[in-house]
Design a protein around this ligand. Structure first.
Ligand SMILES: Cc1ncc(COP(=O)(O)O)c(C=O)c1O
Length: 411
């Protein structure tokens, strides 16, 4: 029995089916390339869904993990570790200073912390436990799979089967300030949005909307909580995607790309609200261990030393230009190209799953999003040549899919 059959059978027998049966077994990665167990090479524009921000096995990240693993892995948060302290200082600087950090293990946990912050804030404002607790989120949002995250994610596919959900989540239309204003009432504690909706299909919040929302939250005395789990840590060419609007959120959730491939979640909270979490009010065993913090520090240092924000800023417009050319050629199949930096969504004229499979066959791996979107989420190290290669494969596949769709409509 070869290795592929082995792992396929082991998956079938032992791994929970919530992802179906994953189609390929990857065994090795370098930079933007990954190889499967049959030695086939792929260009990776999925990056573990926006996680491997430096590409696979970046020497700085590997060295930091190896060094720290040989010194100290974990001491719990009952004790200090230098890496966590340094990482907190660095992330506070990125968020504009004047805040505090909490470390956890995933985006959902980061968002859970934001939701708990909203509860603490609301209760402090009105002086009554369980009164001012509502959170206004965006339609089509995705905030994770915990009960709080799920309740903030208004999608049947995600919520079905898990009732009763957490109370108090209300939804308004992204980029429609009047809709958010109408949704805020005397019981509202916070507004909570992704700067760019990722899983929902790459829908960016406009600059005017973000600025308007900041002003609205300040006027109404509710917190502005920003989920940068997918779009943060350099993905859009600035450290945080909301920076384009020049606003300061009250708290920010991060994860994914921050660890470059190891599990991390982080929350930045403005000092005005950070004390709401007093000793014992929140916690996690694994958050901010010496190992994970060393990895995240290496990611942040490499983003700076290798000028990766500039790399994204320079190459993303080129990539979009090439994709728009392709759209001109295939307007019936490629309906829209949108996003920011290396978070690009290509809306196609069908469910994305056949296209994802076809691209994989051709050697390009990409994640789908929403009902009809293919995402390009390459490592921040991706070059123009990487985009040329990806877009050539995408073009080839789009022509094939467009022809098939054409055939099926004329048949
Ligand atoms: C915007 C956003 N928030 C939260 C999450 C949940 O993160 P995790 O899967 O690490 O729990 C995701 C994951 O895709 C995300 O894209």
């Amino acid at each position: 029995m070869n290795a592929k059959l082995d792992s396929e059978q082991l998956y079938k027998d032992n791994v929970l089916g919530n992802y179906g049966l994953p189609p390929v077994t990857f065994v090795c990665g370098r930079g933007l390339r990954v190889w499967d167990d049959a030695d086939k090479e792929y260009l990776d524009f999925c990056s573990g869904i926006a996680v491997t921000s430096l590409g696979h096995c970046h020497p700085n990240l590997v060295a930091a993990i190896q060094k720290q693993a040989s010194e100290l892995l974990c001491v719990s948060n009952l004790y200090r570790n230098e890496n966590q302290a340094k990482l907190a200082a660095k992330l506070d600087e990125k968020a504009g200073g004047g805040g505090k950090l909490f470390f956890c293990n995933s985006g959902a946990e980061a968002n859970e912390t934001l939701i708990k912050l909203a509860r603490l804030y609301g209760q402090k404002q009105c002086g009554v436990e369980g009164k001012r607790y509502k959170i206004v989120c965006a339609e089509n949002a995705f905030h994770g799979r915990t009960f709080g995250g799920m309740s903030a994610t208004p999608k049947a596919k995600i919520q079905n089967g898990f009732a009763p959900l957490v109370e108090g989540f209300v939804f308004a239309e992204l980029n429609n300030l009047a809709s958010f204003e109408a949704a805020i009432d005397a019981d509202t504690a916070a507004v909570f949005i992704e700067t760019i909706q990722g899983e929902g299909g790459i829908h960016p919040s406009s600059i005017e909307f973000l600025q308007g929302l900041r002003a609205l939250c300040s006027k109404k005395g509710v917190l502005l909580l920003i989920d940068e789990v997918q779009c943060g840590v350099g993905r859009t060419g600035s450290f945080f995607a909301y920076e384009k609007a020049g606003i300061r959120p009250d708290a920010i959730g991060m994860a994914k790309g921050l660890g470059g491939g190891v599990p991390i979640g982080a929350v930045w909270i403005d000092d005005a609200y950070a004390d709401l979490f007093g000793p014992g009010s929140h916690g996690t065993t694994f958050g901010g261990t010496p190992l994970i913090s060393a990895a995240a520090l290496a990611v942040l240092e490499t983003i700076e030393s290798d000028n990766l924000l500039e790399n994204v800023q320079e190459n993303a417009p080129y990539a979009v230009e090439q994709l728009l050319k392709l759209q001109l050629e295939l307007p019936e199949y490629i309906l829209e190209v949108r996003g920011a930096g290396y978070m690009i969504g290509i809306q196609v004229a069908e469910s994305p799953m056949d296209m994802v499979a076809l691209l994989r066959e051709k050697g390009l791996i990409v994640p789908p999003a929403g009902n009809d979107v293919i995402r390009f989420l390459p490592a921040l190290t991706a070059t123009k040549q990487d985009f040329d290669e990806a877009i050539a494969l995408f073009g080839e596949a789009s022509r094939e899919r467009a022809a098939l769709l054409q055939e099926s409509t004329t048949a």
